[in-house]
Design a protein around this ligand. Structure first.
Ligand code: ADP
Length: 270
């Protein structure tokens, strides 16, 4: 539909407009491509757990008179179902973020509150690997945005830090404000990431090691979701890493202007 509109409009305007509309069309085509690729990726990714479930169901049926085997396969089916459920949730989250800004209303958000909640949610996974969180988040630092989305972003970074680190290591979360930009850094002592892979990490479904990602319950969507959330907040996410020396993921978000935060409706006082 976008293409037709462009062609009709091009017929009625001068060369300057043709150039602008040509860009529109490129943009529309690009959006269409992204959508199509996403649909292809999604169906591919869904096939694995769905296929595994179907196979396990057949196996359970065949093992009907061996209660131990039935229990074992049933447990594996639960695992596959949980994986499928996470995958579907993240696909929904990402499609919501891809369509348009998911932020309903920009309000001042306390960064230390976001971090406390994200750490709380990631704690169980960390405890299972005896990984300790060390948080240094000063009170009073704020950004404009959506609390829940920012919790999701920080939590995804923490879950990754835990997933790709050995047991008994530390994960640090630090906050600092540099020239009106709030930097939230998540630092781990994990396996690190090869420089060749670093550029592609934020692509949907990209994993350095698919088997490892799968073992840790990964979907390949976490960093893509982080990227969209920070973009919606007018910020960016970057990575520093060296194989074997851990990784640091940094979110950079514009600081909520102190004057605005304290006085959202500055009426003149006479
Ligand atoms: P996944 O669900 O596979 O973790 P993500 O989108 O969150 O997907 O991350 C993409 C890939 O980036 C991961 O599969 C992993 O290879 C790599 N990665 C992400 N975070 C880290 C980290 N802290 N340390 C090492 N590798 C990481």
């Amino acid at each position: 539909a976008g293409t037709v509109t462009v062609q009709v409009r091009v017929a009625h305007v001068g060369p300057r407009h043709v150039l602008v509309l040509g860009e529109d069309r490129t943009q529309a085509r690009r959006v269409e491509e992204i959508r199509r690729d996403f649909a292809v990726n999604v169906s591919h990714e869904l096939k694995t757990p769905v296929g595994a479930l179907a196979l396990l169901a057949e196996t359970v049926e065949a093992a009907a008179d061996d209660p131990d085997a039935v229990r074992r396969f049933a447990t594996r089916m639960q695992g596959e179902a949980a994986r499928l459920s996470t995958l579907v949730q993240e696909i929904i989250e990402l499609s919501r973020l891809q369509v348009a800004s998911a932020i309903q209303e920009l309000v001042p958000v306390d960064v230390d509150g976001v971090i406390a909640e994200a750490v709380d949610r990631a704690r169980t996974g960390a405890a299972a690997k005896r990984i300790v969180f060390e948080v240094g988040a000063p009170a009073g630092v704020r950004v404009f945005g959506d609390h829940a989305l920012l919790v999701t972003a920080v939590r995804n970074l923490l879950d990754n830090a835990v997933a790709y680190s050995p047991e008994h290591t530390r994960v640090g979360v630090g906050v600092r404000v540099v020239g009106g930009i709030v930097e939230i850094a998540v630092v781990d002592q994990g396996i690190g990431i090869d420089p060749d892979d670093q550029e592609r990490l934020f692509e949907r479904f990209y994993r350095v090691d698919p088997a490892r990602s799968r073992d840790t319950g990964g979907t390949g969507l976490g960093l893509s979701i982080v990227k969209h959330v920070v973009a919606d907040h007018g910020g960016e996410v970057t990575v520093w890493s060296q194989p074997g020396q851990g990784s640091t993921f940094t979110l950079r978000l514009p600081e909520a202007d102190a004057a605005h935060a304290q006085d959202p409706d500055p009426s003149p006082t006479l």
